[in-house]
Design a binder for this molecule. Sequence first.
Ligand SMILES: [Fe+2]
Length: 292
Amino acid sequence: MSIDLTAASITEVVQKTFEGAEDERVKELFTRLVQHLHEFTREVRLTGDEWFKAMDLLERVGKTCTPTRQEFVLLSDILGLSVLVDLIHHPGGGSVTDSTLLGPFYVEGRPTAENGSDISGEVAGTPLFFNGRVVGPDGTAVVGAEVDTWHSDGEGSYDVQMQDKLHGQPAMRALLTTDDEGRFWYRTVAPRYYPVPDDGPCGEILRAANRSPMRPEHLHFWLHAEGFEPLITMLVRGDDPYVERDAVFGVRQSLVVDFVQHDAGESAPDGTPMDESFQTVERTFVLARKEC
Ligand SMILES: [Fe+2]
């Protein structure tokens, strides 16, 4: 190894230290990472002060993470990395439902729910009835698919952001299972557009760039079924003011849907007369078959 390094020669020297990696993929990832990281540093002529600020930022991103707040996921999201990874492997345009990013509010430990039940927890809001169906590429029902769903309340807050109010109880999130026709359905409260958490280091980045932290109104889904590829996706309200400027780039045209408004006096999809206005959303999800 040369000890007489220059700003140009150091890259190859560092890359060679990964040649002993037993895992070829590890070797490739770190060798290419060093290449691009060093090229970036040379291109912008990163100063010592800027490097220190970057290290400080990453340290604070880590310290901001908790079991219910994933600042590293958010950093990846606002830089477009999360969606880029997804687009590389799921470019879309086919017959299966497009995927998109997971977002920072998926948490383990969601309750299971029966079809038709109310998953809103103790949260008040405009009633929303969701009717979903899960099918394979040939349109046949996927029976017994597990469907995670989670979303914000009518003020744009997820349950994990109001743990004091909810006493730590999960709300507006559940795991459902499709019936013999591939259907799943539930009642909840209508979500709302919301800002990604901007009181941490990611918020500093957004403000420095004069960027909006807002995400359009949406429902999240994560589907699993035997013999099919898992699908992480979401449905976005078509007439939302932020539908074309999502802070985390997660909207895809195929995932934009109508949140249909109904007046008081109309009946809910299950036939129940409603004495207040409500919304309905419907969607069929098409899963890709797992390749053997
Ligand atoms: Fe979300």
